[in-house]
Ligand binder design. Structure first.
Ligand SMILES: C[S@@+](CC[C@H](N)C(=O)[O-])C[C@H]1O[C@@H](n2cnc3c(N)ncnc32)[C@H](O)[C@@H]1O
Length: 256
């Protein structure tokens, strides 16, 4: 059997496990003989925990390669939105397990792809899985992974022909203003180079109001860009449109 790329999952297993254990615990505590009010309160807590467990569980299944393969669909959308570069250098910012970088290399036969990430303990991704995925994907000679911080990329201005990123910018704790992470990502793209970034671009908490963020993007002097909610570009299952899952996710793509 052909070895499959190891995607990992945008929903962390340790979070699912924690929620599952709390839900079971609350379910068991309902039966302690401590009176009607206690039973009612515990039943309410159980229902709240159950709902907050089932949504991420459902998302996990839809995202995974054994379920709805949704992560792969988003990667395909990013690659399609980036447009063909074919050759040159492409950067993936916050590459996780490196699957997007590997796919970019597979679909851009003469390109060199660099994936960067800080691979902190809070996530279930690693550079060693990235390197293995590059081997499995048959592109280890053209894909390289390196540790870094997305708020201060270790690359010269205008270094890349293209850049992508998926669900990373809002996670960058070293930047208070996530719009500055977008500016930093674009700094390393050549004038005329392509970019496609997916993140919670419609979440006021990270990027301010959509109209203000659009003004910010206009102020960057890009030669061309589109800023759209993800749901306008691909089918998203109803439950995943929840604001805590993908409801506020958007894509910015274009040319510097
Ligand atoms: C939701 S995951 C997405 C990973 C990957 N892009 C994917 O599609 O599977 C967020 C990623 O952002 C990375 N990350 C968080 N803060 C970062 C930083 N300051 N610099 C670089 N990567 C960072 C995490 O390590 C994690 O891999």
């Amino acid at each position: 059997m052909e070895t499959q790329l190891e995607y990992g999952n945008w929903i962390r297993k340790k979070i699912l496990l924690g929620l599952g254990v709390c839900t079971l615990g609350a379910g068991a505590l309902i039966f302690l003989p401590l009176g009607l009010i206690y039973h009612l309160l515990m039943a309410l807590l159980f229902i709240l925990l159950l709902v907050s467990f089932l949504l991420p569980l459902y998302s996990f299944v839809v995202f995974s390669q054994k379920g709805g393969r949704f992560q792969e669909k988003v990667y395909n959308l990013i690659i399609q939105s980036l447009g063909v570069t074919g050759k040159g250098r492409i950067l993936d910012i916050g590459s996780g397990n490196g699957v997007l970088a590997v796919k970019l290399a597979q679909q851009n036969g003469a390109a060199e792809v660099i994936g960067m990430d800080y691979w902190g303990k809070d996530w279930e991704y690693s550079k060693s899985v990235c390197d293995r995925n590059a081997q499995i994907g048959g592109v280890a000679n053209r894909v390289h992974f390196q540790k870094g911080d997305a708020s201060g990329l270790e690359f010269a201005d205008d270094f890349f022909d293209g850049a992508v990123s998926n669900l990373t910018f809002h996670e960058v704790k070293s930047a208070d203003d996530k719009r500055e992470v977008v500016r930093e990502a674009l700094r390393v793209v050549k004038p005329g180079g392509r970019f496609a970034f997916v993140d919670y671009f419609f979440d006021v908490k990270f990027y301010g109001k959509a109209s203000e963020f659009e003004e910010f993007l206009k102020g960057l002097g890009l030669s061309q860009f589109a800023y759209r909610p993800l749901r306008e570009l691909m089918e998203i299952p109803v439950l995943l449109k929840h604001p805590k899952v993908l409801g506020k996710v958007g894509i910015i793509s274009g040319r510097k």
